[in-house]
Design a protein around this ligand. Structure first.
Ligand code: MN
Length: 658
């Protein structure tokens, strides 16, 4: 079958480096995609095929092979045209159709879905279903080209896509170490999300351009003179901060344009690692470094493969100067991240040395061998790439970044101080989790709050964020007096619990609380209330319902009100009575002898959920019968119910138990 391309692939991909077979594969994919998208136009008015062509071109620039470039050309055919996966597989084989399938699946995640509380979907799609890192790289490339051409989209839609990019794709690129992608995706997102700020910033940067360049030139001259003395050959360049990072700094640290722009930044590219440290020495000799601002990511790389030396000094004219020092390789990896692997692949550019140096590349090879086990692959990927920061979701799909080993408490305070101050538990991936447990990347977290819950001192030992620490301390200093009182009362409670409880609680409640505790799987300290509607008794079959903000209400398992709650299926949880003691009582009942008596007694026993261990009945001559039971009873409350029922049986003269 012959396909005729509308636009020429040669304008996007330099085919001269490919062998005959690869060239024909790329050409075939181009012709196939052109035909499939023939009737479609982009909003810019251009034929649709221009988009896959750009994506293929970008993938080529990144050093990908013919299969990935072909998949780039075909990436929208299944999503947007009548082409089936089966068809692709027949034409291009399993590998390419798998790549296209993966990209199509990620593409189906839309921000509308995220809003519909389907964070779980993103999680599955991005981290579980995608078992080939190349799929994510094709998707990121697709995203970047779409973001570059977002101007043609209607404003509301453009903003929604920009938000989705900021929420998912930019952080993902960051985790994969792809700073170049991350920066461009963030800046383009900002352009559509906050055009006013973006334009102000742009004109401000333009205004200050001359001043900045003059200053950097001065710094360069000083450094070059010094480098010559030590025979160091290094490239020095000015470094403009990207717009989104300025935006974030201004927002988070409440800084003004002027404060941000008083800060100058340079990057020095050295030949060797040794030279990096030498340069650092030179810089610190020339200018006074800020305390605590020296970071050695060369010795201890970030988990996303980033390596560099960072320092901040008081530069010429007393201005703050940020300095990054790294080798060419480190710079390449800092910009391209995981995709550098393909740019560095053997045969094209021989840089196999880098693989020895960087464990992640070796790991990546291992993962590729592990492809038939997607679960293990994803676990490795997450461990290696998302390590120093985790990346969790709210039920609405918002992404929250936290330090590794953060707890639901850290998460709660990150959402809102009041949520932190009133949280008593958390649902992690729809399961109750203790507040002290560590969270993991991609967890979906819902915080359970209650009006009466307050922070615990022990929280300070488990939390990881300074934000939460600050807020918890603030809570305690505010409530210190109150807290002291609480402490004293707690002490009293411990000493004379019964006396205290009697005052607090009604007799009926006291019986429950004394003899039974409600327990949720794996967690005892969850706030629970017995539902008023069905008023479950100890021993009853029960089901918990996770309320929004009021802990867990416990209903009888067959409660009609419970089942009528709309999201009952989603929010129900297994709860059980925690039996403190099970006692065996001997009960002697004396009653007038009559037919049906035994049945009435055993029914009463069954009604209270007690077990009969032993039973003897003996008639005496005075027309009375003596029944001696040994029954297993779970609480004094149950015993009370039992005795009440027995007493209600006609003709019972006396009850004795021990
Ligand atoms: Mn696309």
């Amino acid at each position: 079958m012959e396909y005729q391309a509308v636009l020429d692939i040669k304008d996007f991909v330099d085919l001269s480096g490919f062998n005959k077979q690869d060239v024909s594969l790329i050409k075939k994919a181009c012709a196939f995609a052109s035909t499939a998208h023939e009737s479609q136009k982009r909003l810019s008015g251009e034929p649709f095929i221009i988009h896959p062509l750009h994506v293929a071109g970008m993938l080529f620039e990144m050093g990908f092979d013919a299969e990935v470039i072909a998949a780039g050309l075909l990436h929208d055919t299944v999503e947007d045209t009548g082409i089936t996966l089966e068809n692709l597989k027949r034409q291009f084989g399993q590998e390419i159709s798998n790549l296209v399938d993966g990209v199509t699946k990620i593409s189906r995640i839309r921000s509308e879905n995220i809003k519909q509380r389907q964070a779980e979907n993103i999680r599955k799609m991005l981290f579980s279903m995608v078992n080939d890192i190349r799929i994510i790289l094709i998707k990121l490339t697709d995203k970047l080209h779409n973001m570059r051409t977002l101007e043609y989209l209607e404003k509301g839609k453009a903003q929604r896509i920009a938000k989705e990019t900021l929420d998912i794709y930019a952080p993902l690129a960051g985790r994969l170490g792809m700073a170049r992608f991350k920066i461009e995706l963030e800046d383009l997102s900002l352009k559509y999300m906050n055009p006013g700020f973006y334009n102000d910033l742009k004109s401000y940067v333009t205004q200050r351009k001359e001043v900045r360049e003059k200053y950097i030139e001065k710094v360069k001259l000083i450094l070059q003179k010094e480098f010559a003395k030590y025979n160091i050959k290094a490239k020095i360049m000015g470094r403009a901060k990207h717009f989104y990072s300025i935006y974030k700094k201004m927002k988070d640290k409440e800084k003004t344009f002027d404060e941000i722009f008083d800060l100058f930044a340079i990057r020095i590219i050295a030949g060797t690692v040794k030279e990096c440290y030498e340069i650092m020495g030179v810089v610190h000799k020339l200018w006074i470094p800020f305390r605590g601002r020296f970071k050695d990511y060369v010795a201890v790389p970030k988990s996303n493969m980033y390596r560099s030396l960072h320092t901040t000094v008081i530069g010429p004219e007393g201005k703050t100067l940020e300095v990054q020092i790294r080798t060419h390789k480190m710079n390449m990896i800092a910009e391209e991240g995981i995709s550098a692997h393909w740019a560095y692949k053997e045969g094209k550019k021989n840089l196999s040395g880098i693989e020895k140096e960087l464990t992640w590349l070796r790991k990546l090879k291992m993962w590729k061998e592990n492809m038939d086990n997607p679960t293990a692959f994803m676990e490795d990927l997450q461990k290696e790439l998302l390590e120093d920061e985790i990346y969790v979701f709210t039920p609405k799909g918002d992404v929250i970044e936290l330090p590794i080993d953060s707890t639901p408490i850290d998460f709660a305070y990150r959402i809102h101080t009041e949520i932190g101050n009133h949280c008593f538990g958390a649902m992690v991936n729809d399961r109750i989790s203790p507040l002290r447990n560590s969270l993991h990347s991609c967890d979906v977290i819902e915080i359970l709050t209650s009006k009466n819950a307050t922070p615990g001192r022990e929280w300070l030992d488990v939390i990881k964020t300074s934000h939460a620490r600050h807020k918890i301390r603030a809570f305690f200093s505010k409530h210190e007096t109150k807290e002291e009182t609480h402490k004293q009362r707690d002490q009293t409670t411990k000493d004379t619990p019964r006396a205290e409880k009697k005052e607090d609680r009604s007799v009926k409640e006291k019986d429950y609380q004394d003899e039974f505790k409600l327990r949720v799987e794996g967690e005892k300290n969850v706030q629970m209330y017995l539902a008023q509607c069905c008023n479950p008794h100890p021993g009853d079959e029960i089901t918990g319902y996770i309320t929004r903000g009021k802990g867990i209400t416990v209903h009888r398992a067959n409660c009609k009100n419970l089942k009528a709650i709309k999201d009952y299926q989603k929010r129900k949880i297994t709860v059980e009575w925690e039996e403190k003691t099970t006692k065996v009582y001997s009960v002697d009942i004396v009653s007038k002898d009559r037919s049906g008596l035994l049945m009435e007694i055993t029914t009463a026993i069954a009604n209270t959920n007690a077990n009969i261990v032993e039973l003897h009945m003996k008639a005496s001559q005075d027309g009375l019968v003596k029944a001696a039971f040994r029954i297993q009873i779970k609480s004094s409350y149950q015993l009370k119910l039992f005795l009440k029922d027995i007493k209600a049986i006609p003709d019972v003269k006396s009850i004795d138990f021990r």
